[in-house]
Write a protein that binds this ligand. Structure first.
Ligand code: UTP
Length: 287
């Protein structure tokens, strides 16, 4: 079965980026000149997905506007003969088919995914957390879809993190199947380094089976009334195969200030229109 649908939970409050995220969704913060969410929407398209389902919440209408046609802006750009910019603007709205649904209260990532239940139906689907920006030769979701085609099961994206950082992530307990691929037996959310079963951390790309919805529905609300995706996945791992792919690429946590800065610097240094002047500027800063 092909993966066609991609769910983008985007209803969180982005508290690590306040006050910038008070009125602007975190997903709309620009990485150079494109909002973060556009990078992962483009990754979804390049990975062969056909439909994007964005889970929005209060104050997130900018996301819908970004991927919509802006008639006034397009006429103005046409009038002024700004063909290049016009093309870029049109590309964003023509990317792929979008649907939106709202998470009425930010009750956790698991709850956000559950909001997509009716739009997804009973088929495996992809999940993208767009603040995880991943720079890779082959789009990460494409790497995961290739694994899914051989192992049609839940697939998690993982990366190795330093032991002292395991407390920031969901960490898998797993056995190696082959190069970069693991069979997952369990996972622990934000463990103390001494309790971590490995240093393989779950990153914001998933291929999930539809049974995750049943598992999330059975998951009791945890601390703060939230439904965590990890709790749902822990149920799935007991009933179905779950694999983890140590993907090839560099990931930036752009929902965090330092990660966001690193992503901007690294992406700017790859841009032909910026890299020379930017390098000169950076060299001037180092003394
Ligand atoms: P984060 O853990 O990064 O939370 O959510 P957040 O609110 O976005 O940001 P911080 O940590 O407060 O700074 C991971 C992903 O899950 C979505 C977020 O939008 C983000 O894409 N999410 C989280 C929801 O859609 N709903 C929720 O209730 C929680």
């Amino acid at each position: 079965m092909n993966i066609k649908k991609a769910v983008f939970p985007a209803a969180g409050f982005g508290t690590r980026f306040l006050p910038a995220t008070k009125a602007i969704p975190k997903e709309m913060l620009p990485l150079i000149d494109k909002p973060l969410i556009q990078y992962s929407v483009e990754e979804a398209k390049k990975s062969g997905l056909e439909e994007i389902i964005i889970i929005t919440g209060m104050g997130k209408t900018a996301i819908e506007d970004h991927f919509d046609i802006s008639f006034e802006l397009e006429s103005l750009l046409k009038e002024k003969g700004k063909k290049e910019v016009l093309k870029m603007i049109q590309e964003a709205s023509n990317l792929i088919h979008f649907s939106y649904t709202r998470q009425k209260k930010p009750l956790g990532l698991g709850h956000a995914i559950l909001c997509a239940k009716n739009l997804v139906g009973r088929e495996p689907f992809a999940v993208f957390l767009s603040d995880d920006v991943i720079d890779s030769r082959v789009p990460v979701m494409k790497q995961m879809v290739s694994v899914f085609n051989k192992y049609p099961a839940t697939i998690l994206a993982v990366q190795r993190v330093p032991k002292k950082e395991v407390h920031k992530y969901g960490i898998i307990k797993a056995e190696k199947v082959k190069d970069r691929l693991y069979r997952v037996f369990d996972m622990v959310e934000k463990p103390h380094p001494s309790d971590a079963p490995s240093n393989l951390a779950i990153i914001g790309r998933y291929i999930l089976s539809p049974e995750i919805f049943d598992a999330l529905e059975k998951t009791r609300h945890g601390a703060g009334g939230e439904i965590q995706l990890t709790d749902g996945l822990r149920k799935i791992v007991k009933e179905q195969d779950v694999y983890a792919l140590e993907f090839e690429g560099t990931r930036y946590d752009a929902g965090d200030k330092l990660g966001f800065l690193m992503a901007n610097v690294s992406y700017a240094l790859k841009r032909d229109d910026l890299k020379d002047d930017f390098k000169r500027f950076l060299k001037g800063l180092i003394y």
